[in-house]
Write a protein that binds this ligand. Structure first.
Ligand code: DC
Length: 235
């Protein structure tokens, strides 16, 4: 793995709606790095599982599909931000369906299957061959790129996270009852942090940032200051 990691990797982990997507995009844009949303990879494969009418709870069926599917990821120019990751399964980009309620309901189950994680972690590591990366997820600093010196863990109060996610869903035209959204987030957190392989946890050497009362631009500035203070950047 270290041969692959000659690129600079900024790892940004945290639970759902902790602000990591917006912060990661801003940091990638400021540094002119590629932005890698690893959650989109788990979501894309889950989308394919559902599209093929595979039972997400049947690991054997999910793994059978994993072995058959042609999964490609590459980088494309973002509409309003840094170069972003594009996932294609058998040639199809799931697009906005990545955030559909059906994918949302099943993704934690699919992401808990150890062989699915090994498969996607390998793809995530390969992306570092293409250039410097800002990678967001749950296990980036602990498992995917444990050697990077740039690790951040973002978190926020559960109520703040529920309000943020409800606002996102309202913008997307979905149903947005804060109590229900909060419960769904709590259940996802529970599954993501209690699974046997690569659970969500804070890397010992990560900088922890609470985003409850800070806007994303401020948090991104704090992240950039930490990175620059290490004098390790090549750029
Ligand atoms: O960040 P997100 O909500 O898009 O993540 C979708 C799901 O994928 C979520 O249940 C956690 C899981 N995930 C993971 O297990 N490991 C990652 N590195 C990224 C996401």
């Amino acid at each position: 793995m270290s041969a692959i990691q000659s690129a600079i990797v900024i790892a940004i982990d945290g639970p759902s709606a902790s602000g990591k997507s917006t912060v990661s995009r801003l940091v990638a844009e400021a540094l002119n790095f590629y932005h890698v949303d690893t959650g989109s990879m788990y979501r894309a494969f889950t989308w394919k599982v559902l599209k093929e009418a595979t039972d997400a709870r049947c690991s054997a069926a999910v793994l059978d599909l994993m072995r058959r599917v042609q999964y490609e990821c590459d980088f494309v120019a973002g509409d309003d931000g840094p170069t972003r990751l594009r996932n294609r399964l058998d040639g199809e980009d799931p697009g906005a369906d990545l955030r559909s309620p059906r994918v949302e309901e099943s993704v934690s189950v699919v992401a808990a299957i150890p062989q699915v994680r090994e498969w996607l972690v390998e793809k995530q590591r390969q992306l570092a061959r293409l250039g410097d990366l800002v990678v967001e997820g749950r296990d980036i600093g602990t498992v995917v790129f444990p050697d990077t010196p740039y690790k951040f863990y973002l978190d926020a109060d559960p109520d703040v996270r529920a309000r943020r996610r409800a606002a996102d869903q309202a913008v997307a035209g979905g149903r947005a009852e804060i109590g229900e959204v909060g419960q769904a987030i709590a259940e996802r957190d529970r599954m993501d942090s209690t699974r046997s392989v690569a659970p969500l946890k804070i890397a010992e050497d990560a900088v922890r940032l609470d985003t409850s009362t800070q806007d994303a631009r401020h948090v991104a500035d704090v992240v950039l200051k930490h990175i620059r203070s290490r004098h390790l950047m090549r750029k």
